[in-house]
Design a protein around this ligand. Structure first.
Ligand SMILES: [Zn+2]
Ligand SMILES: [Zn+2]
Length: 146
């Protein structure tokens, strides 16, 4: 993949991925709905070291979004940038929509399908999981969001 770059709405934060993202998927949990103000979010995973700020890192703010993780967002415009959870310390899940070319990263599954909004209609034949995927790395002992 060519350089995968992205940023926030106001342009303060710019980032670049040093490796190809993987495990892209939709999340329909309440935390994502509230964090985005939207029915769902699409995340993809990349190693923490490979998510590199080109500018605006000082403007990035973090909020504890659960007992086991935080979300980073642009402190100037509020764009949600990524989530980082304790049970996956070496990777982050970034918002695919923040890429300059978000269409390049295709989601492959849905999680927290049971929390989806009743008027959303998705007929994409992707696997749909009630909560987390059963093989989620390091999930034992964590308390998933309701
Ligand atoms: Zn911004
Ligand atoms: Zn979620």
């Amino acid at each position: 993949m060519d350089d995968c770059t992205g940023g926030c709405l106001c342009g303060t934060v710019r980032f670049r991925l040093a490796s190809e993202p993987y495990d892209a998927g939709w999340c329909h949990c309440r935390t994502c709905q509230l964090n985005s103000g939207s029915p769902a979010m699409v995340f993809a995973t990349v190693s923490l070291a490979d998510y590199r700020f080109d500018q605006g890192e000082a403007a990035v703010r973090r909020v504890a979004s659960s007992s086991f993780g935080h979300r980073a967002f642009c402190g100037e415009c509020g764009t949600p940038l990524y989530t980082h959870v304790k049970h996956q310390p070496d990777t982050i899940d970034f918002s695919v929509a923040t890429l300059d070319e978000p269409g390049r990263v295709r989601p492959g599954f849905h999680i927290f399908w049971t929390s989806r909004l009743p008027w959303i209609e998705i007929d994409d034949r992707l696997p749909k999981y009630d909560r987390f995927r059963p093989d989620t790395v390091g999930l034992d002992g964590t308390e998933p969001p309701a």
